[in-house]
Design a protein around this ligand. Structure first.
Ligand code: UDP
Length: 321
């Protein structure tokens, strides 16, 4: 198969490129290298089944050409990371809505399968856990960046769904919960690479808010082994699936685990949300996926636990100081 991966030089996209190439497929990556990095795919240069195209998903002519040539599309290009979204709300909105519309339209034009990556941010402030795919969304004002991001991703989901419903484009939607692993940058807010870097450098570990908020972290390798199974499964079209871990940890305990594994001299410091992000910032107290639906369809089961994840990120961080 020949796959087009938008955002294929990013954290998740580059691991997906590795996985598909390892399985013998051809991969074309379209990435504007905004948050994606050339270093993430440099090791693939010279592989004659791999091609990197530097460009934006907003360039319709380019997406048209690439969509025509591939067999199926993984659409990962997006503005991601709470901090990036808070700091660049307009750009985030345009990339996420217009970009997805272009990708879906081209998938329609050339009758290609397309997998759209959405996010657990969809659920907003719904902290009931574990969250099933049909749970209510609970959002604050659309003028707050976090909720406008959630809304933009919801528009992507709606677009993907109606392209399936009305135009019979085989679309699959995945909601990724906190995904972590090597190559993830801490520059846009992601907590694990941040804590690990702080610990490796013996700097203060910055826990935002009380530290009692919790998350479930899934290793990126468990995400990228799942996406190809979904896109090739007829039962996934017109459907949405949570992908995530159910191993819950509070952010303060995460900081402690990182210190323990790195044997760091770092201390934990608490920083109020309004200092870390912006005035009026709202965090989720808890976020855990119900993964029954994807388990039933393709037998999804994480292979790495939190300790494995932290150890992998520590190794990567030490090697890429
Ligand atoms: N967080 C933190 N310190 C940091 C970065 C993030 O305490 O340096 C917290 C953040 O406020 C949130 C959790 O860690 O409660 C997860 O943040 P992340 O941005 O990784 O993911 P998301 O909030 O999207 O789940």
């Amino acid at each position: 198969m020949h796959y087009l991966i938008t955002g294929g030089s990013g954290f998740i996209g580059s691991h997906l490129s590795d996985k598909l190439l390892a399985d013998g497929h051809r991969v074309t990556v379209l990435d504007n290298l905004s948050t994606g990095k050339i270093e993430n795919v440099r090791h693939l240069e010279g592989n004659d089944r791999f091609k990197l195209v530097v460009g934006t998903i907003l360039n319709e002519t380019l997406v048209d050409k690439l969509a025509e040539r591939c067999d199926a599309i993984f659409h990962l290009a997006a503005a991601v990371g709470v901090e990036l979204i808070v700091n660049h709300p307009l750009e985030s909105l345009t990339t996420n809505i217009k970009g997805s519309e272009i990708v879906l339209e081209m998938a329609y034009r050339y009758h290609k399968k397309v997998l759209i990556t959405s996010t657990s941010e969809i659920y907003g402030k719904n902290t009931q856990g574990p969250l099933t795919e049909d749970q209510d969304r609970i959002l604050g004002s659309p003028l707050k960046s976090r909720w406008s991001y959630s809304t933009a991703k919801a528009v992507d989901e709606i677009l993907a769904y109606v392209y399936w419903k009305e135009k019979k484009v085989p679309t699959t939607i995945v909601r990724l919960f906190n995904t972590v692993g090597p190559r993830q940058s801490g520059m846009y807010g992601m907590v694990v690479p941040r804590f690990v870097r702080q610990a490796v450098e013996d700097k203060d570990i910055t826990v935002y808010g009380s530290g009692t908020q919790s998350r479930c972290f899934l290793h990126v390798k468990d995400v990228v082994s799942t996406l190809p199974k979904l896109i090739e499964n007829l039962g996934s079209y017109g459907q949405v699936f949570n992908i995530g871990s159910q191993e819950e940890v509070t952010i303060e305990d995460l900081a402690r685990k990182v210190i323990e594994i790195t044997k760091s001299k770092s201390k934990i410091v608490k920083i109020p949300y309004e200092k870390a992000y912006e005035e009026g910032f709202e965090d989720m107290e808890r976020r855990m996926p119900d993964t029954t639906k994807i388990r039933n369809l393709i037998g999804f089961k994480p292979t790495a636990d939190l300790k494995d994840i932290i150890e992998d990120v520590v190794k990567y961080t030490r090697e890429n100081k």
